[in-house]
Write a protein that binds this ligand. Structure first.
Ligand code: EPZ
Length: 419
């Protein structure tokens, strides 16, 4: 396992190029199972999770060609297996995204039921309920989802909760189902819209993506996907918060400012200056960070995936702030590690009260989940008194491409060491 070593106290300066979005690349790769031929996906980030889904799809019989490090060609003409095994699924819950496409194309799938993870139970009941409504037979057996469907039929689906991967799974299941599928209370995250665009490049008939009602008209045939993945708004947001917390000035390049409106509003309230352009934005950190309350919400509300990073900022703000996490039941794991660096944070249920401190102190800390790890790196960039060591950074490598190289390019003193 690797660790990151960070020497704090250096304002971030300069430009950073944002990679493709992990949470758009994963569903687009799963969508390539829907039809034969060579699919081409551009701006694929080089991440552990991308390697994991490639390993699972290779096990099914999918073949990959890498034109260059960010262009991926995929061919699933000759699938020989329809099972996603526990030992791989347990490392990446998003494997559930293989269920919809496998059922749609082959009428069968055996996917390990994704277990919980550090941030919560993460059930997939809404995915399964919707597929049953579309005519699938599904039974759980020894920790596996066993699914069968002669041909899925269109249905009217209402999601009790706007689930991102649930919406994506059902959209993929519906594109070749017989008739019309209406997804109500669907998620409207940019990653859902990006998957709809990828599916439309394959000939799918989808409308309403980006709203809470999506309509899919089933078609008989699809053609291979040709699509460029959107930039990663969570990576972009992480660097924006990095500029604010270090009092630096960072130009975040190759991002979509419109995907980051809620964060921009909160950073302005915290005293940062934001200068958005068409495909980039510049964040100038304030001399004094002001405390700001926030509540995580489905898009376009404040993203839960930036909650831990924003909390690191509030840990060194003037005054107290309240952060409420409404999406996941256990997404404050970073708090105990931030406390070890001197942060003053009290948790009460799904709310955290952060009393800003003048400074944080370097310490050895443990990464526990992807975004909690990012918050520890941000805290390390401003911690005083030596070197912060962030252990078990494989969590970071799941969702951030070359994170220490990108921060070093902005002037941070940060490097990777073998444990
Ligand atoms: C996606 O997870 C993202 N992952 C998460 O990013 C992100 O935090 C989350 O959406 C919320 O935005 C991918 O896209 C691969 P949900 P997902 O289904 O789809 C409950 C990261 O760091 N729920 O929208 O799993 C669920 O428990 C990751 O990149 C059910 O109850 O999240 C949660 O409380 C972390 N039953 C809420 O809905 C279901 O069947 C929203 O979850 C499905 C979800």
């Amino acid at each position: 396992m690797d660790r990151l070593i960070i020497e704090g106290g250096r304002p971030l300066k300069g430009g950073v190029e944002i990679s493709g979005a992990k949470n758009a690349a994963l569903p687009a790769m799963a969508a390539s199972l829907l039809t034969g031929g060579w699919h081409c996906l551009e701006r694929i980030p080089r991440l552990r999770d991308i390697n994991t889904i490639k390993r699972i799809m290779s096990k099914l019989g999918t073949v990959f060609r890498e034109e260059n490090s960010h262009v991926l060609e995929i061919n699933s003409d000759n699938l020989t297996c329809f099972e996603a095994p526990y030992e791989l699924v347990k490392t990446m819950r998003a494997s559930i995204l293989l269920l919809g496409p496998l059922l749609a194309r082959y009428g069968r799938a055996k996917i390990s039921l994704p277990g919980g993870c550090a941030i919560g139970a993460r059930p997939v009941n809404l995915h399964l309920k919707a597929l049953v409504a579309m005519g699938a037979d599904i039974y759980l057996d020894h920790g596996y989802i066993n699914a069968r469907a002669d041909r899925l039929k269109g249905a009217e689906i209402f999601f009790d909760i706007p689930t991102v991967t649930g919406t994506e799974n059902i959209m993929m299941a519906a594109v070749t189902a017989r008739g019309r599928t209406i997804l109500k209370n669907s998620a409207n995250e940019p990653e859902v819209v990006d998957l709809a665009n990828a599916l439309r490049s394959m000939g799918a008939h989808i409308e309403g993506d980006g709203t809470d009602t999506i309509v899919v008209e089933g078609v008989r045939d699809l053609k291979p996907c040709n699509h460029r993945i959107i930039p990663d708004r969570i990576e972009a947001g992480t660097f924006m918060i990095g500029a604010a917390i270090t009092g630096g000035e960072v130009r975040v390049e190759g991002c979509v400012p419109g995907h980051l409106t809620s964060l921009m509003e909160k950073l302005k309230l915290a005293g940062a200056r934001i200068d958005p352009a068409e495909k980039s934005l510049t964040v100038t950190g304030p001399g004094q960070i002001e405390s700001v309350d926030l509540m995580t919400m489905p898009y376009p509300g404040f993203p839960t995936d930036l909650q831990a990073q924003f909390m690191a900022l509030m840990a060194v703000a003037r005054g107290s702030s309240m952060i409420r996490e409404t999406i996941f039941e256990n997404r404050f794991i970073h708090v105990s590690e931030l406390r070890r660096m001197g942060a003053d944070i009290e948790i009460n249920g799904n709310q955290a009260l952060i009393k800003g401190k003048k400074r944080l102190f370097s310490a050895p800390v443990m990464a526990t989940d992807l975004r909690a790890s990012a918050s520890l790196v941000l805290a390390g960039l401003v911690a005083e008194g030596g070197r912060t060591e962030v252990h078990r950074i494989y969590h970071l490598d799941r969702g951030y491409e070359a994170i220490e190289k990108k921060f070093r390019g902005l002037g941070a003193s940060i490097w990777r060491e073998k444990e």
